[in-house]
Design a protein around this ligand. Structure first.
Ligand code: PXL
Length: 292
């Protein structure tokens, strides 16, 4: 039977972050999706002026109330951008409720990048996400978030492989069963570090660094890794697929932006490659004998 999956994140009008790419990617990956919006914004908060932000906490509570009355159950919960620390606590409690009994909890602790917290977040947000990560089946922080979660202070460009492993081990100690540090941008490469419970295995996968950071990359990465994880695909295979596919989208976006004189703030051009992603995920599912 097809599993029922919930994505908790924001809807941003322009800039292609959060739910916009996550819905597309998780859908082509074959997930049956439900959506819980945390906020509705006119754009992402990464550089557009005068962002309109509608905190959707009241709506979230109303959605959850109806779902409780209907006894809607989920097999997985994927969390991404929360507007407030209170929302994080709401979802932590929901993940422990009987509607989410046996649900896999996958947490992308979206709060920071390039050494800085995103606009509007405080220590309370960091503490809330740390608590949520403790009970997760898989967490997918970037390196800045990994530092914040573990009270570490490694510089992204200067971190050695040993430093990255130290952070990874601290994240594992926090309590999540599996960990993927989605990106350590160092010189010409992107390092993705993982810990898998299955083989008690730590390791790195290195990818080519394509241009500067684009907003939404982490959301796309999380959507692919979470979709694969939920469907029983090996984490290492999922990471390889995600990094190769996203690199392709980034190269295409850079070319297109140059041709059209378009600012990268508007996000990654991934749409043309969604069919290719669907195909590759189907192949991995067949290899893992999980094709249904
Ligand atoms: O991509 C992460 C993200 C999600 N949601 C909003 C954001 C950002 C990053 O800036 O602003 C609203």
């Amino acid at each position: 039977m097809q599993k029922s999956n919930l994505i908790v994140s924001d809807l941003s009008g322009i800039g292609k972050v959060a739910l916009t790419p996550m819905i597309s990617i998780a859908s082509v990956a074959g997930l049956d999706l439900s959506i819980l919006p945390t906020a509705i914004l006119s754009s992402h908060t990464g550089g557009f002026p005068k962002v309109y932000i509608d905190d959707y906490s009241e709506g979230m509570n109303a959605f959850l109330k109806q779902w409780k009355e209907l006894d809607i159950k989920f097999d997985s919960i994927i969390t991404s951008y929360f507007k407030t620390a209170k929302q994080i606590e709401t979802i932590r409690a929901f993940s422990k409720s009987k509607q989410a009994k046996n649900a896999k909890l996958i947490v992308d602790p979206v709060m920071a990048d390039s050494g800085k917290l995103y606009k509007g977040f405080s220590d309370e947000h960091v503490r809330g996400l740390r608590e949520l990560c403790k009970g997760a089946d898989l967490i997918i922080p970037n390196f800045t978030e990994a530092n914040l979660l573990t009270d570490s202070n490694y510089d992204e460009e200067a971190a050695s492989d040993a430093d990255i492993i130290k952070v990874l081990k601290k994240l594992k100690k926090l309590g999540s069963k599996n960990v993927v540090i989605s990106s350590v941008a160092r010189n010409e490469e992107i390092i993705i570090a993982y810990y898998t419970e299955k083989n008690d295995d730590f390791g790195f996968i290195k990818a080519e660094r394509v241009g500067d950071k684009f907003f939404g990359t982490g959301d796309m990465f999380t959507a692919i890794i979470a979709s694969c994880f939920i469907q029983g695909i090996d984490l290492k295979e999922a990471i390889k697929l995600a990094s190769e596919w996203i690199s392709k989208c980034l190269r295409h976006s850079l070319k297109l932006n140059e041709k059209q004189n378009r600012n990268k703030i508007y996000g990654i051009s991934y749409e043309l490659y969604l069919a290719d992603l669907a195909q590759k995920i189907t192949e991995l599912k067949m290899e893992e004998n999980n094709y249904e």
